[in-house]
Design a protein around this ligand. Structure first.
Ligand code: PLP
Length: 223
């Protein structure tokens, strides 16, 4: 199947109100161009340099989402154009995003990454840590960031019940954070969960933003 066909079949399987982030990491710009021509405008990348290179050559109405773990010293390279940073999990990083956003005279949208999987390797905050972060005095001084919601990754497993429970827990945390998020966002806050292998389950459990790569662009040799 072609990228256009893959994209359309993924879109058809999304409930209305679910935003599709086309995860284009490791894929050449020609692939993104095809998806762009088919109407896709939101692309997700996980490496700063790769995102910058693609940003330079592709149309400027693309919304770039940073979905990977972002190092503080690299925030400056994307601060001028990034639309949403999904994986924020500490205050030091948020402070740097705020500082760089101020330099560009903009507000940068962020999602707090919540650890819902049991695997140790996954980044993210616990619910308590996220709450403490949002209620800290340091956090309240950050004027150039906007926390739009949460992001999470389920355990990589075939056990559907486990994946479903992890997504349920993120939905519940998001509901509990509604009051905090309402300070930034008078509409529904974002729950970014679901990838190629599990986005249908994620949507059933309340996701309103899915990050789909291989089902659109084909499998990758490496992450
Ligand atoms: C790579 C990646 C995805 C997309 O994964 P696929 O299985 O190819 O759909 C989604 N989210 C994050 C954080 C990723 O790193």
């Amino acid at each position: 199947m072609s990228i256009e066909e893959n994209l359309n079949s993924v879109k058809e399987s999304l409930r209305s109100g679910v935003t599709l982030v086309a995860v284009s990491k490791t894929k050449p710009v020609e692939y993104l161009q095809k998806a762009y021509s088919a109407g896709q405008r939101i692309f997700g990348e996980n490496k700063v340099q790769e995102m910058c290179e693609k940003y330079e050559v592709l149309p400027k109405d693309i919304k770039w989402h940073m979905i990977g773990h972002l190092q503080r010293n690299k925030v400056k390279y994307i601060a001028g154009f990034v639309d949403l940073i999904h994986g924020v999990d500490n205050l030091k990083l948020l402070k740097e995003i705020d500082k760089q956003a101020l330099r560009h005279n903009r507000i940068i949208n962020c999602l707090l990454q919540i650890k819902i999987a049991e695997e140790d390797s996954k980044f993210g905050l616990s619910k308590i840590e996220a709450l403490q972060l949002m209620q800290s005095a340091d956090f309240k001084n950050l004027k150039n960031i906007s926390i739009q919601g949460v992001m999470g990754m389920a355990t990589f497993t075939n056990e559907e019940d486990r994946v479903r429970d992890e997504f349920k827990s993120l939905k519940q945390i998001s509901d509990e954070f509604k009051a905090e998020f309402a300070k930034y966002n008078d509409q529904n806050s974002i729950i970014s969960m679901g990838m190629s292998g599990d986005y249908k389950i994620a949507i059933e459990e309340g996701s309103n933003m899915v990050r789909v790569g291989s089902s659109i662009f084909g499998s990758r040799n490496h992450q």
